[in-house]
Design a protein around this ligand. Structure first.
Ligand code: CA
Length: 252
């Protein structure tokens, strides 16, 4: 008589080894393409074609990133983004929205609703993966940062801002910024890697007696870049939409 061993020696994998990405896209071919590339890079992927279905998944699972189409059945990407941000403003799962609509106002609406970056269709899968990885690296970096109330220092490479003393230095040399330039740079640096629309920047620099329009933001960015000198190109122009400060890994 042979006694078979019932012991299960299955080796459990680390539960949080892979990053989990949710793909929401109703066009089958595009969805499969995105899923294929994400899986190839070792991500765990859930993919759905419907906005409401995506909402139910987000309510029950944690995702490290959401790749979200805008035009979707039952619940649009915009509505889903608003729901995600309203539900848990503290858990900032990055949202990369993929859209066929590329009018600046449309893109700005998406970013203001809480998306972190966008990609226009048709897109190159290399660009898609670069954006995905950049958003995940930025997220890791954000999670390592002390809470903003604990630290007054914002650091971007050699550029250092102290939000308590209002001092700004580039490689140790002090910069003289106007109040608006300071507020503008502060919002951009607090959101490294994220595109900020002109509208959201207007809100940031709007102060008592200051009436700011889109053009004024451009003027302040122009002035800021001049003062930043060799560091001017850390501020990227997102044509027709707004601005972004490039994410730079901390230098040790
Ligand atoms: Ca669609």
């Amino acid at each position: 008589m042979v006694i078979t061993s019932q012991s299960t020696l299955s080796v459990r994998r680390e539960p949080e080894l892979n990053k989990r990405v949710l793909v929401v896209e109703d066009e089958g071919e595009i969805r499969q393409l995105i899923v294929l590339h994400l899986k190839r890079e070792g991500f765990d992927v859930d993919a759905v074609e419907d906005g409401e279905e995506a909402r139910q998944l987000v309510a029950t699972r944690n995702y490290d990133l959401i790749v979200l189409d805008w035009m979707l059945p039952s619940l649009s990407g915009l509505e889903l983004t608003r729901w995600v941000r309203k539900r848990s403003p503290s858990t900032k799962t990055p949202i990369l929205f993929v859209t066929a609509k590329t009018e600046p106002e449309h893109v700005a609406t998406g970013l203001d609703a809480g998306a972190d970056d966008y990609l226009s269709k048709p897109f190159d899968t290399l660009v898609l993966m670069a954006r995905v990885n950049a958003l995940l690296r930025r997220q890791e970096w954000l999670q390592e940062q002390p809470s903003s109330s604990a630290s007054a220092r914002l650091i971007l490479g050699d550029l250092v801002m102290n939000t308590h003393t209002f001092e700004v230095t580039v490689a140790g040399a002090p910069l003289e910024l106007t109040r608006s330039e300071f507020r503008l740079l502060e919002s951009l640096m607090m959101n490294q890697g994220k595109v900020l629309s002109r509208e959201s920047l207007i809100e940031e620099i709007q102060g008592e007696g200051v009436n700011v329009v889109g053009r004024t933001v451009d003027t302040h960015v122009f002035g800021l870049r001049k003062k930043l000198g060799a560091y001017a190109d850390v501020i990227e122009t997102i044509r027709g939409v707004g601005y972004r400060v490039r994410y730079l890994p901390p230098q040790n």
